[in-house]
Design a protein around this ligand. Structure first.
Ligand SMILES: *Cc1c(COP(=O)(O)O)cnc(C)c1O
Length: 457
């Protein structure tokens, strides 16, 4: 087997500005140990997110020039709509300015006090939009999904037995929607199997609960199905995607992920009555139904990106490059989530820093150390992001303490990734010197974006 090369050439480049370790130490202190407060120009390799950070293709840039900016009935909208319909099989397509806008609209309509939204794992904006309506978000992830270092092929699967029990306990009428996130972003970018989606779909149908797919990384998920699930090796990713969406009643999507766009999202669904309600809300909050908070040129970029992501040479390169970094880290003894996910590498800070308890945010401390050592920006996915307080104001920690290194699509080369591995391994060698953190200021929701912290001791 020869090296799997980047399936593109570079036509336009952006400089990286170098700074020193000493400078970065000061920058981190000034940012109150929260990497969201650091200026992007002070970052060497930005792995904060794979959202909106993709490199667009020359075709997408050409599409941008062809964008039609008519307020109503733009041909760019119809190209976008047709592409989404073709991939998802869903007739009703509603553009939004990003994924959370689609969520906001959907949950404003379906949410409310006393209701439960059940999922494999809800992404943070999804959960926040559910809870904002007074409803509760329930994660029912399979057991193997909760064990970061134990490999399994489909660790994003929903626990279907737990779902059955939950329905029996709370009553199907109190569950307006089930949401399956593919791949499971907050649970390590791990895929969901077609079998699991089928089983969940059947359970939903029996109980009259609609099923939506959080489809941000549908193509990456379908590539994993092709590789790992019996019966799919001979199918195209497009065929697999079609089958996956056929089990659902609708989907939400952030086009900033698998659609390679810098902004955008959509809702797609089967149900006319729900779509009508969504469109009415869309007009108040986003814009008219044929642009929904986006420029015509964005709709073009998304339509083209959605087709490009189904290219299997791209998907092979994409998934292999995440595996490549994961393997380098495993070989050096660094505890990482296994197997590699679709869009990111997750370091297991609980395992790596046993001397820092969850109350002192070990994954946030690790993310800070990676920045100082090598100018790498990552994100904590642990108790800072998902921790809650009990009545005595004590922290209820998250299930896992992870640092996510999300790899932007088509942006970094293999030597960038080699450098990232070197930096992580260096920090791993010096891990005993890392200190815990305490919060000095925080917001009531999505606190990880703005929290200010300081080191303990
Ligand atoms: C990014 C993301 C969202 C939200 O999309 P935005 O475009 O950032 O608003 C929702 N769900 C998942 C799984 C995501 O990764």
């Amino acid at each position: 087997m020869k090296t799997i090369i980047e399936p593109f050439r570079i036509k336009s480049v952006e400089p990286i500005y170098f700074n020193t370790k000493e400078e970065r130490q000061i920058i981190l202190e000034k940012a109150f140990f929260n990497l969201f407060h650091i200026d992007a120009k002070d970052v060497l390799i930005d792995l904060l997110t794979d959202s909106g950070t993709s490199a667009m293709s020359s075709n997408q840039w050409a599409g941008i020039m062809q964008g039609d900016e008519s307020y109503a009935g733009s041909p760019s909208f119809f190209r976008f709509e047709k592409t989404v319909q073709e991939i998802t099989g869903m007739p009703l397509v509603i553009p939004t300015h990003q994924g959370r806008a689609a969520e906001k609209i959907l949950f404003s309509i379906l949410g409310g006090k006393g209701k439960y939204f059940v999922s494999n794992t809800l992404f943070d904006t999804t959960r926040a939009n559910i809870e904002f309506t007074g409803a509760q978000g329930i994660d029912l992830l399979c057991a193997e999904g909760k064990l970061p270092t134990v490999p399994a092929p489909f660790k994003g699967n929903m626990d279907t037995e737990a779902f059955k029990k939950f329905i029996a306990e709370k009553g199907a009428s109190n569950i307006p929607l089930c949401i399956i996130t593919v791949t499971n972003n907050s649970g390590g970018g791990q895929p969901v199997s077609m079998q699991n989606i089928k089983t969940v779909s059947a359970l939903c149908k029996e109980n009259n609960i609609p099923l939506f797919i959080d489809a941000c990384r549908f193509a990456e998920n379908c590539w994993f199905i092709k590789q790992r699930e019996k019966g799919y090796a001979g199918k195209t990713v497009k065929e697999i995607a079609h089958e996956l969406f056929s089990y659902a009643d609708g989907c939400t999507m952030s086009a900033k992920k698998d659609a390679f766009a810098n902004i955008g999202g959509f809702l797609a669904m089967q149900d006319e009555a729900l779509a009508l309600q969504c469109r009415n809300l869309l007009i108040i909050t986003e814009g008219f139904t044929t642009y929904g908070g986006l420029a015509g040129r964005d709709l073009e970029a998304i339509a083209i990106g959605l087709q490009e992501v189904l290219d299997e040479n791209y998907l092979q390169y994409r998934i292999k490059s995440i595996e490549y970094l994961t393997k380098k880290l495993i070989d050096a003894g660094v505890p990482v989530m296994q197997p590699a996910g679709g869009h990111a590498v997750y370091l297991d800070a609980k395992e790596m820093l046993p001397h820092i308890p969850s109350e002192q945010y070990p994954a946030q401390s690790l993310a800070g150390a990676l920045y100082v050592e090598g100018g790498i920006r990552s994100v904590e996915i642990g108790s800072l992001m998902f921790g809650k307080y009990n009545q005595n104001k004590n922290l209820i920690p998250a299930q896992m303490e992870l640092v996510r290194l999300a790899i932007p699509r088509r942006v970094y080369t293999q030597s960038h990734i080699d450098y990232v591995a070197e930096v992580i391994i260096e920090v791993y060698k010096n891990r005993k010197q890392l200190k815990g953190l305490q919060i000095i200021e925080e917001a009531p929701v999505l606190r990880h974006f703005t929290a200010k912290l300081k080191p303990i001791g």
